[in-house]
Design a binder for this molecule. Structure first.
Ligand SMILES: Cc1cc2nc3c(=O)[nH]c(=O)nc-3n(C[C@H](O)[C@H](O)[C@H](O)COP(=O)(O)O)c2cc1C
Length: 407
């Protein structure tokens, strides 16, 4: 997309964007709107992380440590943000990371997110603990990418994989950072249980956020539809989030990755905070690439900021393997940093959930518009008008970056 089109898209060349998103110019603005829309316990579920939440802050700060040295006088009248990922062309190197229990954020849930992603031409990864099945998402839009929590019961794991194949999902990402559930202190303090129960604090929440609750109470009840559709003969340990996560395979190891490689013929990625040695081991097993992530600080607190892993992992696994990064991506400028460091794409987690909370499908579209316009503007200003140029010349365009000892 040309820079002028991207800016026009987001309304900047015509003055203020129209309608109910008139005041949402950045992802931070969208975050504030989401906080106004959601009851406290739900916005804490989205925003919160593990233990002391050191990683949440560190993930965002890590992007702020980079400084550009632009290339002067590179014609930027035709900025092109399009890129290829896993054999398909997309409007920008940005995707939507998997998030569980999305219909608790907004009743339109995963289908609204998938529709917004399809509209913007961005990949969307459906979570194992999604509240909508892959079949329903595919019927509404197109087959999403699939995230897999490997289950202790391999019958369930294999059925999830079979359903992803049958639905036409082009990419499977195995989460390797969830041997046990992270310690989400905010959820414990708020007494948040999933599925939510009527408690005095829920009733108080209804009083102060009636609109949110009307949406929840007048729509279908929420459940772990995606994994439950593979719960053949009642094999899962129960219905709450604690029950479901206790069914995750805490003994997941490299042999199971090799086994899954044998039954998944399409693009296979590992998702987690993987360093160069683990990434090389994955490639040796036939895995196609890595989705570098610390789960947005929701699993191992103090896990390395994934943006700092991009350059060393790319150097280790070569140019052909797929490298995606998430955790702390908040602007199109952050996406540009990720590409310049060697990533193929940067994915968003919380930002699109904030958009969903603030305005359903259109809220997610708004987030993608904002990020696209910021990316196109950054590319024009640094003098890298294509994604290929940004990737190739990235090391010269970044004058100052953090150095990470030991990686
Ligand atoms: C509310 C929420 C639920 C999530 N659920 C999942 C999940 O089910 N599976 C998964 O692999 N990652 C999950 N993640 C992690 C995201 O895929 C992604 O790694 C993370 O959100 C990126 O960081 P960011 O939120 O700072 O953008 C979740 C994140 C959030 C915020």
């Amino acid at each position: 997309m040309k820079l002028s089109e991207a800016l026009d898209f987001v309304g900047l060349t015509r003055g203020r964007p129209a309608g109910r998103f008139a005041n949402l110019h950045t992802v931070a603005d969208v975050h504030r709107a989401a906080r106004r829309a959601l009851p406290r316990g739900i916005s804490d579920y989205v925003d919160g992380g593990a233990d002391g939440e050191v990683s949440i802050t560190a993930n965002e700060r890590a992007f702020d440590e980079f400084r550009w040295l632009p290339d002067a006088l590179v014609p930027a009248d035709a900025v092109d943000t399009t890129t290829t990922l896993a054999g398909e062309t997309w409007a920008m190197p940005v995707g939507l990371a998997p998030t569980g229990y999305t219909r608790m954020i907004h009743p339109a849930g995963e289908i609204a997110v998938a529709e917004a992603a399809a509209e913007a031409s961005a990949p969307y990864v459906l979570s194992t603990v999604a509240t909508t099945t892959i079949e329903d998402v595919t019927a509404a839009t197109r087959a999403p990418w699939s995230q897999l929590y490997a289950m202790r019961d391999r019958v369930v794991t294999d059925d999830l994989i079979r359903r992803a194949l049958d639905a036409g999902s082009p990419v499977l990402e195995i989460a390797v950072d969830t041997a046990v559930a992270g310690n989400r202190v905010r959820d414990r303090r708020n007494g948040l249980v999933i599925p939510p129960r009527m408690t005095p604090s829920t009733i108080f929440g209804i009083a102060i956020k009636p609109r949110y609750w009307m949406g929840m109470l007048t729509n279908d009840s929420i459940d772990f539809e995606q994994v439950k559709a593979s719960d053949l003969d009642g094999r899962l340990p129960g219905g709450s989030i604690a029950d479901i996560t206790s069914g995750f395979d805490a003994a997941l190891d490299w042999d199971e990755i090799a086994r899954i490689r044998g039954i998944w013929p399409r693009t296979l990625l590992l998702k987690g905070p993987l360093g160069p040695a683990n990434a090389m081991r994955a490639l040796d097993l036939g895995v196609d690439g890595v989705h570098l992530s610390n789960h947005g600080g929701r699993q191992l607190d103090r896990a390395v900021a994934p943006i700092d892993l991009v350059a060393p992992v790319r150097a280790a696994i070569g140019l052909d393997a797929l490298v995606i990064v998430d955790s702390g991506v908040r602007t199109g400028g952050d996406v540009a940093i990720a590409i310049a460091q060697g990533a193929d794409a940067a994915f968003l987690g919380r930002p699109y959930l904030w958009g969903l909370a603030a305005g359903g499908r259109e809220g997610v579209e708004r987030v993608l518009e904002i990020v696209l316009a910021e990316l196109a503007r950054t590319m024009a200003l640094v003098g890298a008008p294509t994604i290929a140029a940004l990737r190739e010349r990235g090391p010269q365009l970044i004058a100052q970056r953090r150095t990470l000892g030991g990686i």
